[in-house]
Each structure stands twice: as C-alpha cells, then as structure tokens.
Write a protein that binds this ligand. Structure first.
Ligand code: ZN
Length: 433
C-alpha cells in the first residue's frame, strides 16, 4: 500500500526534525558551493547558521525563474561537473530555458518520489506502465521512467504521440497504467471511442497526469473515456520534475514528498507567508538535492496546503489542485479570469469534446473573448438550432463561472490543433503597448 511507509506516514515532530536537519544541510551546501546564493545571503548579512528553526526559512530570499535563466546553462551547480549524470530543461517557450542537473543521488530520489506515487495509484511490480510523456529534455518522460525502474515495474517508454500506436499498445500489451499530460489522455480517450475500441479490450486501471493545468471536469472526461481513475501529479523542472507531489486513491489533494521538498504558500504580491488552507503561490525548497539545490523557489502556481492526515494514512502535507499560475491569469475587461475557470464551465456541458481554445483580442478599445470548442460528432450533425442552443448554454455557463460575456463557437470535430505535449489553450493577441 505504501512504497515507503516510514517516510510517508511520519508523525509531525519526527517530520519537522528531519526537515530542519535537512534544511540546515542544504542551506550550508548551497551557500558554500553556489556563488549566487552566497552573494544573496551576504547582501542581507544572512549566514547559514542563522537558520535555527523551520520558521527561519522566511529569512532566505526567494529564487525566481529569471535567476535560473541568468545562470543558464549550468551556473548553479553545487558539485563538480563530474558528479552530474543527467540534465533536463524546460521548453524555453517564453525565454531562455531553465536547466536542472542531477547527481546519481538526485536521480535516486527522483525515482523514489515517482515510485511512491505509482504505489499510491495501486501499481505493482508486474504492472505495465505505458509512459506517454515525452522523452527528451522535458522532465516528464524520464522522471516517470526512473520511478518505474525504481519500483521494478515494467516501463514501456512509448513517449508522446503516434496515437494509433498508443491505442494498439494499450490493447496488445494490456497496459495497466497510462502516464501522460491530461490533454493527451483526453485525446487518447476520444480517439479510443472514435476507433470503436471497446473499454473491455483495454486493461488500464489508472492514469497519472500532470505538467499542465487541468480541472475536475477534465478528470471526469478522462476517467469515462478510458475507464480509469485519473490522478494528478505535480512537479516542475526547476525543482526536480514530476513527482514533487501526487494524488493518492482518495483523490483529495496531492501528497507533497515533504521529506525532500519543503512547501510554503505566500501572498504573490507581498511575499508574506500564508497559513495552511489559505490560497496563494507555492514556494518550494529542496531538502536533499545535491547537484543543484534550490532555496525558496517561487513556482507561480496557485494552490493551498492541507496539513491534516489523509484518509489513506499518509501524513505528508497535501496541496490542492492548481487553479492557475499567478502569471497566466487573464485580465479581461478588468475582470480576473483563469483559463481553468473557463475549462470548468465549458466541460459541464454535454455534447462537446474537451478540446478548446480561448482567443483574446482587442479590436478597438474593448477586450473580446472567443471560446472555440469542438462539438461531438452527434451534435455537429444535428440541426443548426441545436448547435445554437448548446452555444448559448456554454455562454451562460462561462458567464456564471467568471462573470464574463464571451463569444462561443462550436467547431467541427477534430478541427482544433491537438497537443501531444503541453496543450496551448490561450491565445492572447491584445497589444498592451
Ligand atoms: Zn492520501
């Protein structure tokens, strides 16, 4: 039931003592070996010895994505280069990529975190894990792979894409677990239906999905179309990759592997630390990384923490589903909207596929939003009147969720671009200059 019961079910005092010991060690290691941290600490007169309690972590300045970019590619190593065995990087779509480097110990811990997550969803050693996360510099593919190896399960490194082959593999190998981005899982589910493969022909039990924001409504779609339980996994390149946190069978918050990562929630504007239960930006500090330790990294991901012991027996702190990033919030006609709110609203409506795009423009002085959603085959072949009725329904649903009036267009099935990696849902063409 547990991969590492001792670590996952530790009592509060034991956990905090371990976290403090590891935090002190990490701070000292970073200060002594990384110029960037030494400079940051010296500027404010902070010494590693000043960290005497867990609360003292608040004295440490935040690390941001732009700090990592400035150190591109390998400026933040804390060990000699010969100790590094693997490197990954973010896609760098919005600037220079951020890079992370692992020692063999770091890779073992990555595998350990993923193995804990695989066990959470019921994986056994004889299970086949169809790993449809992309292999490459992206952390998804290799992260799951290291975890599958660690637990001794059968990892099938199929990588993302080639949908027909994914479905054939699912049937032929009777894969037990599917790992990929939620948008790709939804697409595979939809493709299974279209290909007329009955659910009885596949043996999937669980899916582990992350690397992009998704809603509970999307979860329902994936679960129904693939006949599985779909679980949320969280992680980010800057901190390690997937496996920092994951949902257990309760599907009620993701367990943060808090013996390896220390979580805090802050107010994005003031930087002030918030309490458990309060929503804000997640900040993570690595507690065991040796190759590239990271102190108080601002993830920009908005969530809250749950401190109570979970029904599953684990005591690790949980984080709630990410509802957006502090930097992907859209301000439309002065109203703050997260793409997740729109997804939630539209997936409540029957007869549409989980493929959508949000298009924001400002033709004159006012913002305009068009939400394009693919209709199901049945709906699309229906009368125009029925299509219009559903468009109105979607419009009303989005309005009640966000307060915004948007244009809704139902499009032909399969007409919107599909993503095999991270889905691009928002196109913002407003010119802010
Ligand atoms: Zn749990």
């Amino acid at each position: 039931m547990f991969w590492n019961e001792k670590a996952e079910c530790m009592n509060k005092d034991e956990k905090e003592a371990l976290q403090l010991e590891r935090l002190k060690k990490t701070v000292k290691h970073a200060y002594e070996n990384i110029e960037f941290y030494k400079k940051r600490f010296d500027e404010i007169g902070l010494k590693p010895e000043d960290i005497k309690t867990l609360k003292d972590i608040e004295k440490i300045p935040f690390t941001t994505k732009s700090d990592l970019r400035e150190a591109y590619p390998l400026g933040l190593l804390a060990v000699p280069r010969e100790e590094i065995v693997e490197v990954h990087a973010s896609s760098g779509t919005t600037g220079k990529p951020t890079v992370t480097a692992y020692t063999q110990d770091d890779l073992d811990i990555w595998g350990e975190c993923i193995a804990r997550g695989l066990k959470m969803v019921g994986a056994e050693k004889e299970y086949i894990i169809q790993n449809a996360y992309g292999y490459g510099l992206f952390t998804g593919g290799f992260g799951i792979h290291h975890g599958g190896n660690k637990m001794g399960a059968i990892t099938l490194p199929i990588s993302a894409g080639n949908t027909k082959r994914q479905l054939d593999t699912m049937v032929d190998f009777q894969s037990d677990i599917l790992t990929c981005t939620p948008s790709y899982a939804a697409y595979l589910g939809e493709s299974r239906e279209k290909a007329g493969i009955p659910l009885e022909d596949i043996n999937l039990k669980a899916g582990i999905h992350g690397a992009e924001m998704w809603t509970g409504e999307m979860r329902k779609r994936i679960e129904t179309s693939l006949g599985i339980k779909a679980y949320n996994i969280y992680g980010l390149t800057e901190v390690m990759g997937p496996g920092v946190a994951q949902e257990c069978g309760e599907q009620n918050g993701m367990h943060i592997q808090d013996d390896h990562f220390y979580p805090e929630i802050i107010d994005s504007d003031t930087g002030e630390t918030l309490n458990y239960g309060e929503k804000g930006e997640l900040v993570l500090t690595s507690l065991t990384k040796t190759g590239m330790p990271i102190l108080r990294f601002r993830t920009k991901d908005l969530t809250s923490l749950i401190g109570e012991k979970c029904e599953c027996g684990r005591t690790t702190v949980r984080m709630t589903r990410i509802t957006g990033r502090s930097d992907d919030m859209l301000k439309i006609k002065g109203v703050m909207v997260f793409p997740s709110q729109i997804e939630k609203a539209l997936l409540k409506i029957k007869g549409i596929s989980p493929n959508y795009m949000i298009h924001v423009t400002r033709p004159d002085i006012l913002d305009e939003v068009e939400v394009k959603v693919e209709a199901s085959k049945e709906l699309f072949s229906d009368e125009m009147k029925e299509m219009e009725r559903v468009e109105k329904q979607i419009q009303a649903s989005i309005r009640s969720e966000t307060g915004l009036r948007v244009d809704v267009t139902l499009c032909e099935p399969d007409s919107l671009p599909r993503s095999e990696g991270k889905a691009v849902r928002v196109i913002d063409e407003r010119n802010f200059e």
